[in-house]
Design a binder for this molecule. Structure first.
Ligand code: UT7
Length: 326
């Protein structure tokens, strides 16, 4: 086993200025939705929307700078940049490489990870592997999304659910693999392509058709979410010899308050130990977990030594969990 652990040394988040409320959406002609329906079924009250011309790399670089500042790190400490996004600035250059350029980082490497809402958990798992194998000592992991650009704003079943934003963590290699050492303890990643059609973007850069918009069979995804997230949480605890009561904080992907509450219950955690942002951010896909981490580390809820479980499910289907000691 490697002597190095990937320690989450800094977190950062950025939300576009414009906030869009449920009532504003309900006032749109033909959408036929209501604040009451959206709150009851999802817990969402509002979401942020990127300005014209504001891209995933623009949001991501702001989150990254905040994470570096909190870690007390210079751009020169960054060996690798991993960006989880389903809404890249362009197919290539990768959004990660664009962010590398904007940060003025001139060494190492940068690439994007495509795993939809599970993207941040995937990228964190990959970054941990880079640190443990000695390929990188300082890694920026960013989730950044502008879903407002891929939503069908006439489909009330999807357009009310998502928002724009970015979150980032800076990982620093630190020696120590003793029990109680800080850092990422384990990651557990899964996918099952048989269910690709229930949550997808129709078309893309290499496609011969499609609208380029997000389509989701919400109820189907909901069923998979509850069972698959419960299983991966159990897998993560078992891999670390932990029980349900041992985790200090749950930082779940923020898709729906009903799924979040089900996971809190599964872990025997009261909701004051579960970080919730879905009410104010909606579902920001790969950005939701790092945005929640940034909020809860900055307001003092998550502190040094805390054991934090992160879990997510998204298009693919993809799903996974990561356990880290802060
Ligand atoms: O981040 C990736 C993972 N994504 C998820 O985890 C999302 C998982 N799915 C969900 O969160 C939920 O399934 C939704 C929030 C998307 C939908 O909630 P639901 O309780 O499963 O509702 P439903 O889709 O079964 O729709 C119930 C009713 C339908 O009307 P009828 O057929 O009963 O007359 C819908 O047409 O609600 C209607 N409906 C709406 N009504 C008002 C759907 N969207 C809306 C809306 N406003 N925005």
């Amino acid at each position: 086993m490697s002597a190095y652990r990937a320690v989450i040394a800094g977190t950062g988040g950025y939300l576009p200025e414009r906030s869009l409320t449920n009532d504003e959406l309900a006032a749109w002609k033909g959408l036929e939705t209501s604040d009451a329906w959206i709150i009851e079924r999802t817990g969402i009250r509002r979401r942020h929307i990127a300005a014209d011309g504001e891209t995933a790399s623009d949001l991501g670089v702001k989150a990254a700078l905040a994470a570096l500042a909190q870690a007390g790190a210079e751009a020169g400490e960054v060996d690798a940049i991993l960006v989880a996004t389903s809404t890249p600035d362009s197919a290539f250059p990768a959004t990660a490489v664009r962010i590398q350029g904007k940060l003025g980082v001139t060494k190492g490497f940068a690439f994007d990870v495509a795993a939809a809402c599970t993207g941040f958990v995937y990228a964190l798992g990959l970054a941990d592997a880079l640190v443990r194998t000695g390929q990188a000592r300082g890694v920026l992991v960013i989730g950044t999304e502008v879903y407002s650009r891929i939503l069908d704003w006439t489909d009330r079943g999807t357009c009310v659910l998502f928002g724009d934003g970015a979150g980032a963590v800076f990982l620093r290699a630190e020696k120590g693999d003793a029990a109680g050492s800080r850092g990422i303890l384990s990651s557990h990643l899964h996918s099952d392509g048989r269910h690709g059609d229930i949550l997808q973007i129709e078309g893309g850069a290499g496609s011969t058709g499609g609208t380029g918009l997000l389509r989701m069979a919400g109820r189907e995804v909901f069923k998979h979410a509850v069972t698959k997230l419960a299983a991966v949480v159990d897998e993560t605890l078992a891999a670390n010899g932990l029980g349900h009561g041992d985790v200090n904080w749950l930082v779940p992907h923020q898709a729906n308050i009903r799924i979040i509450e089900a996971m809190g219950k599964k872990l025997h955690m009261s909701m004051d130990r579960v970080v919730v942002t879905v009410d104010r951010h909606a579902n920001t896909s790969a950005a939701s977990i790092p945005l929640a981490l940034a909020e809860a580390t900055r307001d003092g809820r998550i502190g040094r030594g805390d054991l934090v479980l992160m879990e997510a499910i998204g298009g693919g289907l993809t799903w996974g969990a990561t356990l880290a000691r802060f």
